[in-house]
Design a protein around this ligand. Structure first.
Ligand SMILES: NC(=O)c1ccc[n+]([C@@H]2O[C@H](COP(=O)([O-])OP(=O)(O)OC[C@H]3O[C@@H](n4cnc5c(N)ncnc54)[C@H](OP(=O)(O)O)[C@@H]3O)[C@@H](O)[C@H]2O)c1
Length: 211
């Protein structure tokens, strides 16, 4: 697939490098002049290229949003038309003071993102773990893969994102419509509290067992 990344920091670079290794055409958006993270990501993989944000988005089927949540409104408003008909993978989390929900749990961050780009199909994914597990989701001692929960309202968009989730080595678990994003965001806060404050390993992941 043709993929573009807005944001190439801990999350964006981890996903971009591995998806390029998996054979996808990956372009990093130059949304800021002289971005240190874009330059660093390109150093990590010769398969990555960068282009001005409008060009990167225009050439992509799927656009990843991996920016600080607070940057999203200013970033996305001017891109609303360019993102029409595209899949926008929302990797961002609204985090408030003291590891609370950044929108006071009144609405999800992905709901806000979708409202900024109403003609795009927003899928929330890659948010429930730290970047360490996006870099390397292999758990060889287990015969199940880490579950990657994702949600969105567009069936076709979710199928394409599920394929990328699988390419990256996770079990793709569709948890429903974008209305579920608020609950994924609370799962994220739980993971962050457990790991970044509670002393659990950053390689703590969830598994989906069924019978
Ligand atoms: N870190 C994690 O473990 C983790 C896991 C899951 C989800 N998330 C979520 O993923 C998102 C990204 O987190 P991260 O840890 O990858 O952050 P990060 O390492 O700080 O990277 C942020 C990226 O966004 C770019 N950026 C910052 N401000 C921008 C702006 N105003 N306009 C355009 N680009 C801007 C940065 O570019 P420059 O380098 O040029 O500043 C950088 O490429 C956040 O919403 C976070 O909550 C994080």
């Amino acid at each position: 697939m043709n993929l573009a990344f807005i944001g190439a920091g801990q999350v964006g670079a981890a996903l971009a490098v591995r998806l390029a290794d998996a054979g996808h055409a990956v372009v990093l958006a130059e949304s800021k002049e002289g971005s240190a993270s874009v330059a660093a990501a390109k150093q990590r993989s010769p398969r990555l290229s960068s282009r001005p944000v409008a060009d990167a988005v225009a050439g992509a089927d799927v656009v990843f949003l991996a920016t600080p949540f607070a940057a999203n409104e200013a970033l996305l408003r001017p891109l609303a038309d360019a993102l029409a008909g595209k899949i926008l993978v929302d990797c961002t989390n609204p985090v408030g003071p003291g590891l609370t929900h950044g929108l006071r749990s009144e609405r999800s961050g992905s709901d806000l993102v979708q409202s900024l780009v109403p003609k795009a199909s927003v899928v929330k994914a890659f948010t429930i773990y730290g970047f360490e597990n996006l870099e390397d989701p292999s758990y060889p001692a287990y015969n199940v893969k880490p579950a990657m929960l994702f949600c969105g309202d567009d069936r076709g968009a979710k199928d394409r994102v599920a394929a990328l989730v699988t390419d990256l080595g996770f079990e793709a678990v569709d948890v429903g419509g974008l209305v579920q994003a608020l609950h994924l965001e609370h799962m994220t806060l739980m993971w962050v509290r457990l790991v970044r404050m509670g002393g659990h390993s950053p390689h703590l992941v969830w598994g989906a067992l069924r019978r």
